[in-house]
Design a protein around this ligand. Sequence first.
Ligand code: NDP
Length: 435
Amino acid sequence: KTRNGHEPEFIQAVQEVAETVIPYIADHDIYNGKNILLRMVEPERLISFRVSWVDDNGNIHVNRGYRVQMNSAIGPYKGGLRFHPSVNASILKFLAFEQVFKNSLTTLPMGGGKGGSDFDPKGKSDDEVMRFCHAFMGELSRHIGPNTDVPAGDIGVGGREIGFLFGMYKKIRNEFTGVLTGKGRSWGGSLIRPEATGYGTVYFAQSMLKTQGHDFSGKNVVISGSGNVAQYAAEKALQLGAKILTLSDSQGYILDKDGIDEEKLAFVMDLKNNKRGRISEYVNKYPSASFHKGETPWNVACDIALPCATQNELGGDAAKSLIKNGCICVAEGANMPSTPEAIHEFHEAKILFAPGKASNAGGVATSGLEMSQNSLRISWTREEVDQRLKVIMEDIHNSCIEYGKDKDGYCNYVKGANIAGFVKVADAMLAQGVI
Ligand code: NDP
């Protein structure tokens, strides 16, 4: 805390891990006295750089770019790039720290990293986004590579941005390699990667529900966000027979009591991905739905809640409201969307709760599969990738149960995910010595 006191999100993420991992270390002689957690919380490298670019009117802008290379004990750094005005070192360090545990849980050989910029793609033309991405990669290209660090997308970085970033990397390095994941299908991308985080979150929730004899069929589902993760979580939940009641963005949420079906979801995907519109426009097309400006959807009665927007979007009062209204399962599609107070409420009420580092790991796992396909120069079918994703999510669920089940049979998935993720990385760090 002395060293990172000015970084609240990072402290929050570390505290959550420390609370479950420190007692585990104390009980296990091989980790005791090695200062292993202290070594894990210090990034191996944090790069910050200037990104200057010119807008359509000839004005020069300066943004700050970052890459946090957190831990490479079990593989090359791997983690997304976020473009959002709120991006700073604290947010990227929290995301990179979470990524280390998440990547370890996937069973694939990937270390943890994260990066991005305080650039805001909203309201920018395609040409402006291209010039920014090219300028950003002009510097980032020195620090990454297919065997060093393999970035991907995150908030504000989707297929369009990955394309511009990849193009510039290829030009500078004069090599066509799997240096980024989330690429287009015709230039090295993997089938199912766009769907993977949302699908994986639902697969994970499905495994949790199964432990209590439930499934998605006929359940009311509340989802926040309307970006990549939210869209495909909604798609998979629909396929499993659920009714989707809400979606949101940073301006508010829409409630459709008739359910957001496949046709309505296709409208949202076109609105958000192609037209880059606002979720409030949904009610112009479907007037029986309502828009709730400036609010989050957690007071809507549901069986299952999937927070898929951003960090700390679900606080203690929202958690109480979900529980009071009968919610039995919360699976995080976003990273750290629930505050510590909310998690406390879920655990007190003993409802099913999955932290993002377990339930949203399907995205990075499929990025790992994209890396494998790039290295092998082959392309697996949709069914093959989806099947591997399902197996990985089941394996992560089993690891959480192994380390997180209490004596009374309740599974604390936070504890399970933290310890399972920790053990693999810690063992690798111990084997490699003090470096
Ligand atoms: P997108 O940019 O595609 O979508 C983000 C969504 O969240 C948008 O609806 C956005 O609304 C909303 N949002 C963003 N910031 C805020 C905010 N401060 N307050 C309220 N709403 C907000 O991002 P993704 O769907 O890719 O990412 C969503 C979450 O999932 C993030 O936490 C990310 O780290 C996590 N994640 C993503 C993975 C991936 O593969 N993409 C993998 C694992 C985790 P608006 O359009 O108004 O900004």
